[in-house]
Design a protein around this ligand. Sequence first.
Ligand SMILES: Cc1cc2nc3c(=O)[nH]c(=O)nc-3n(C[C@H](O)[C@H](O)[C@H](O)COP(=O)(O)OP(=O)(O)OC[C@H]3O[C@@H](n4cnc5c(N)ncnc54)[C@H](O)[C@@H]3O)c2cc1C
Length: 507
Amino acid sequence: MPRSQADNSKSRRVVVVGAGIGGLTAGALLARRGYQVLVLDQAFVPGGCASTFKRRGFTFDVGATQVAGLEPGGIHQRIFDELEIDLPAATPCDPACAVFLPGETEPINVWRDPEKWKGERQRQFPGSEPFWQLMTTLFEASWKFQSRDPVLPPRNLWDLWQLSSAVRPDTLITLPFTFMTVGDALRGYGLYENQRLRTFLDLQLKLYSQVNADETALLYAATALGVSSEPQGLFHLKGSMQVLSDRLVEALEKWGGKLLMRHTVEYIEASGGKATSVRIRNQKTGEVWTESADEVVANVTAQNLVKLLGEQAPQGYKQRVDKLPPASGAFVIYLGVDQSAIPLGCPPHLQFLYDYSGPIGENNSLFVSVSHPGDGRAPEGKATIIASSFTEAAMWWQGTKQEYDQLKQKYTEDAIAQLAQYFYLKPETIIHQEVATPRTFAFYTGRDQGIVGGIGQRIPTFGPFGFATRTPVDHLWLVGDSTHPGEGTAGVSYSALTAVRQIEASA
Ligand SMILES: Cc1cc2nc3c(=O)[nH]c(=O)nc-3n(C[C@H](O)[C@H](O)[C@H](O)COP(=O)(O)OP(=O)(O)OC[C@H]3O[C@@H](n4cnc5c(N)ncnc54)[C@H](O)[C@@H]3O)c2cc1C
């Protein structure tokens, strides 16, 4: 960074609403680049959906359990380098996931080694290789494009310039596929009727894009599925997920920024189409005050942003948010268990589909993360099991408290019964048990209705057609999983970097 640039920005004040990975990354980078940064978060600990909580000697990752972007050149590595802090220690996940389809006892292993994964998928899904080759080609082109930091979707000439500068001849191969879904590609290769393949894709895509193969944009899917292979890959952090946020907080403070936890932003003031200040409430003391800012970075969902703007939300923006298809919530069960509950050779991440009936995610599938001995999450001889399923968020807000408790109880019992098909779960092996519903996520992460994972990577909402980090309100920026390239700690870090570059360019 040129020195003069840092000097120019010194007097500019930035308020960041939310200390999730997106907000912390944006805040720390802006502080590093010379801005005066104040980050506010309503929760008890930073990290949002990528934070942790402790119970009876166990440390549970609240939401995110796997991290992409730690490899050399990966987004976390690039950002940590700029912040001059060490990357957290991590082990690669290999397989990235072991997927069990209904009635099957052998999983489909998504291996990290591309050749091994090729062998596995050829054995599991005979005749599907042309489809996978297309996915690999699209992944390679899209990855190179994303590594050149395009601004997507562009909202002014500078954004457009950044976008076109990232395009190279090798990007052009992706263009004809912009409006295709994974379902379209499967049809093109005559694979649509292959139930095992389609179910496997539905399951995996639901994790990354919120929607199934029929709806997921092909270009997004190519990136989401390709990222688990070398030289990229998914990683399991040593200690817990909290280490990622803790390092970012350390960097924020090292570069002169400030973080206030238990401080809720109730309102973003935007006069004359420009964000000017935020109204803050200190949760502990009840004190309320207004903090003026030259730039406001909102690390919240698009739905929350509209609420924070209230009457001042631009009508077109509000309507767009209102028309979004309902986003998913998550039901998560956190178990602290005796090590004897874990089968020998259990992979760290598993996905189960329990029956072929009904849409995937409606209480018939689980994504499971299991701790390893010595990874910092459980005392010796014990382990953590965290299992999540997607759930319609709205139903958890209807009805009486009693009905809510009954629903929670039913989901808990179903999850335990499903997990017990693989793990040895008995009263004597379960030491701690706790669940989170959309209501829990709404309370701890402030997310509207407790929705998680962004806006869904359908054709009308992915990449070029999604929500921009540059909002229609001047000096107001949106970072996090509602924006390109979507959910995940790596995804939200890209959005933070984009907003930081836009802020710097607009100074
Ligand atoms: C069950 C589950 C499993 C997941 N698994 C993975 C995974 O394995 N790998 C992966 O990479 N990703 C995973 N994800 C997704 C990932 O966790 C998120 O996409 C990412 O962490 C979101 O980060 P964010 O910065 O956008 O927002 P958030 O994490 O939502 O952070 C927003 C922060 O803003 C604060 N906030 C909100 N409103 C206000 C306000 N008005 N005032 C003050 N503070 C406010 C909140 O308290 C919160 O700390 C998972 C998510 C869930 C729910």
